[in-house]
Design a protein around this ligand. Structure first.
Ligand SMILES: CC(=O)SCCNC(=O)CCNC(=O)[C@H](O)C(C)(C)COP(=O)(O)OP(=O)(O)OC[C@H]1O[C@@H](n2cnc3c(N)ncnc32)[C@H](O)[C@@H]1OP(=O)(O)O
Length: 426
């Protein structure tokens, strides 16, 4: 491959639909419905009707088999040029950011000039599978030629074959829910309940304020009567949060429904391009995506907690960028669970972890907490798994644009012991 020079990758903007708690407003919307709505809003906002995009990449964590070509099918329902190539990507909760990184790399290498990264998820319309026994009988039935053959096959059916397979929000290799994993790590790192509740409280208060101040006015398209994330509780109190019972370890746990993200439905998208592409169309450049890094940890061998991989990815990225953890104006750390954010920050402050696990001479140190998730994050907005990445990229790009300069960090933990991280700069 011949690469003449690496080009700067601009973030032009984005669009999402408001996020909705599972089984609420979007309970009858499919992944395709929601992703199409987010993309249609993006097309309208940036006047992309008829535009041939270099690529549209994105995905969903929870997919029906009919969604095998989800992004392509969604794009075909928009006014983007039907010749636009599309593909699905999946890296659990890191999907949206990973999609942005993939297309950004292609833009940087001169393979495409513009792209959309997107993500969607619904736990309301979760794919329900059939048992292995029923599946095999159904496949054989499809091939059977005569009625007696079909009846013979049906006679093989046993009641247990009729039990549906409901997707579980748990790690296949451990059988533990994400929250149970996180609770174990939270205990290891000794993360107090009140600190988790405070982080959740700040997320709601910051996001409600941002909505009231109009920050999201040009970022979100109302959908199905919703114009704000319906998980958002701007008037919640620390006393109310403190009154909730632990959910992932009922006896000794610290994690509750409020300091954990709720199951959520929603979709988001972000538009990336070269500077020239943006200039030719008179489109703004909010920020640039400059570095990215992924990491994975051995949570199966119990060497590390399931959701701590960003603690490994970020220092590697800082080293490549030649900067320190303190050299940021904004930190966008996905709030899968308040405890996950807090033990990641604590790990970077911990000499033993930094020396023994990260192989560094000293600690990465503390961050200025007043720069953390200042417009709220997933605890307030909710977390439709694959849609969180583009939500965060757009939020950070807009923050950098408003400031007029600076640098922001994105950190997203993901199932399977993975972490996806990036740096945006203005
Ligand atoms: C890499 C990653 O991102 S991993 C993360 C992946 N995501 C997940 O794993 C999802 C985790 N979340 C869950 O599984 C669920 O949301 C749970 C188990 C935490 C909670 O589920 P539920 O018990 O159904 O929560 P529910 O919404 O009913 O809330 C329970 C109570 O807390 C209250 N509550 C929840 N949030 C708040 C809040 N911010 N302020 C005040 N009260 C709140 C609710 O009103 C409800 O009260 P009620 O019983 O009086 O009605």
């Amino acid at each position: 491959m011949k690469v003449d020079k690496v080009r700067k990758v601009a973030i032009i903007g984005g669009n999402r639909i408001p996020f909705a708690r599972s089984n609420s407003v979007y309970s009858h919307a499919s992944n395709q419905d929601m992703l199409t709505a987010a993309l249609n809003g993006l097309v309208e906002r940036y006047k992309l009707a008829g535009e041939l995009m270099g690529e549209v990449a994105g995905g969903a964590v929870m997919k029906h088999s009919r969604d095998f070509n989800l992004v392509r099918e969604s794009v075909l329902s928009t006014q983007l040029a039907p010749e636009t190539p599309c593909y699905d990507v999946q890296q659990a909760c890191g999907t949206g950011l990973e999609a942005a990184i993939l297309v950004a790399n292609k833009i940087a290498l001169g393979q495409i000039d513009c792209a959309i990264a997107c993500g969607v998820d619904t736990t309301s319309d979760a794919p329900i599978g059939v048992s292995e026994g029923l599946r095999k009988i159904l496949l054989d039935l499809n091939r059977a030629k005569t009625t007696p053959d079909r009846l013979k096959l049906l006679a093989k059916l046993r009641p247990k074959d009729l039990m549906p397979l409901i997707p579980a929000n748990s790690e296949p290799r451990t059988g533990l829910a994400m929250g149970e994993h996180c609770q174990i790590t939270a205990k290891e790192w000794n993360i107090p309940r009140d600190e988790q509740d405070l982080l959740a409280y700040n997320s709601h208060v910051n996001m409600a304020k941002a909505y009231d101040e109009g920050f999201f006015d040009d970022m979100i398209t109302p959908y199905m009567g919703l114009d704000r994330d319906n998980n958002l509780r701007g008037n919640t109190t620390l006393e109310k949060l403190a009154s909730l019972k632990p959910v992932f370890d009922r006896e000794n746990g610290t994690m509750t429904a409020a300091n954990s993200t709720p199951l959520t439905d929603g979709a988001s998208s972000v538009l990336l391009a070269t500077e020239e592409w943006a200039k030719e169309r008179g489109l703004p450049i909010l920020a640039y995506i400059t570095y990215c890094e992924t990491a994975a940890v051995d949570f199966v061998g119990k060497k590390e907690g399931l959701l701590i991989a960003p603690a490994y990815a970020v220092p590697r990225m800082l080293d490549r960028a030649g900067i320190t953890l303190q050299d940021f104006d904004f930190y966008e750390v996905h709030e899968a669970f308040a405890a996950q954010v807090l033990y990641t920050l604590k790990a970077w402050e911990d000499e033993k972890f930094c020396k023994e696990r990260l192989g560094r001479d000293g600690v990465l140190g503390s961050i200025d907490r007043s720069k953390l998730n200042i417009k709220g994050s997933s605890l307030a907005a909710g977390h439709p798994f694959a849609a969180t990445g583009a939500r965060i990229v757009h939020t950070l790009a807009k923050l950098l644009n408003e400031k007029g300069s600076g640098r922001g960090l994105i950190s997203i933990c993901a199932a399977g012991g993975q972490g996806v991280t990036a740096i945006l700069e203005k």
